[in-house]
Design a protein around this ligand. Sequence first.
Ligand code: SF4
Length: 322
Amino acid sequence: MKKGRVFSGARPTGRQHLGNYLGAIKNYVALQDDYDCVYCIVDLHALTTLETTQDLRQNTYEMALDWLAAGIRPLESIVFIQSNVPEVTELHTILSMVTPLGKLTDLPTFKEKIRQQPHNINYGLVGYPVLQTADITLYKADTVPVGIDQAPHIEFARETVRSFNFAYHTNVLIEPQMKVIGTDGEQKMSKSLDNHIELAATPAETLKRVMSMVTDPARIRRTDPGNPDICNVYSFHKIFSAPEEVQMVNVECRRAGIGCVDCKKLMARNLNTTLEPFRARRAELEENPDGVWDVLRDGARRARTIAQKTMDEVREAVGLPS
Ligand code: SF4
């Protein structure tokens, strides 16, 4: 018996990196044991910030490939592309009628977007949290896994659901609960900082990336003692290395018993060992690209069955002529 239904969406950002894995994918995989999971590649959300859509299809494919290779089980969970279930845009429109504009423009995330792209403050950007609420509620998800920094978004979704249910004297939409997930390592890597390590990178590429990682800046010479507590490499040792190796690095770094080069090589080796099964599975899936698209199409079909039922209830509650 599953505990409820989880919904989570991610923008199609192409090949996933370690930060994506630690921040989201690893949790997606684990949640499948306890919840019905609905995982969505939110291509419509991506349109609010994309300058061009020329890589959208390929990025969607690469991301789905990484999700599947990492252990998302498509027969059990629903994996699909947001725009393949058009009911979400209808629910977005209906929910926008119970959303005060000022509430949207006051959100810190909106203000941040204005700062990031002052040349493109589009209407979709303002309504982004409403579309996000539509994503969650369309599938009657009761649980949304997020990092603690995403809490205001879920609170916004909850308030919007309350407004809708109050306005139309109904309980058709479900207020989602937030499930705070660990995002260990997520903040340490990003494509924009160009310090990311792709899950699908070769062992040699991974080693090269690890060798360029920033360490304790005060440790200039090999003989300088270091402080692992402020070193990114050590953070990754804690995730990918055996406890005795973590302990060894913790002790030896502080007394200059191990140099950063050897320390990084050790971490890269452990990281590559951890990623080996993922890479093998990815290569296998890559042999049949149509299979990945079939998974996404089948996911959309199953998602749409839920979505159509919800929309029948929503239209009825609103009083739209059938
Ligand atoms: S020895 Fe390892 S933990 Fe210490 S500063 Fe160098 S890379 Fe970081």
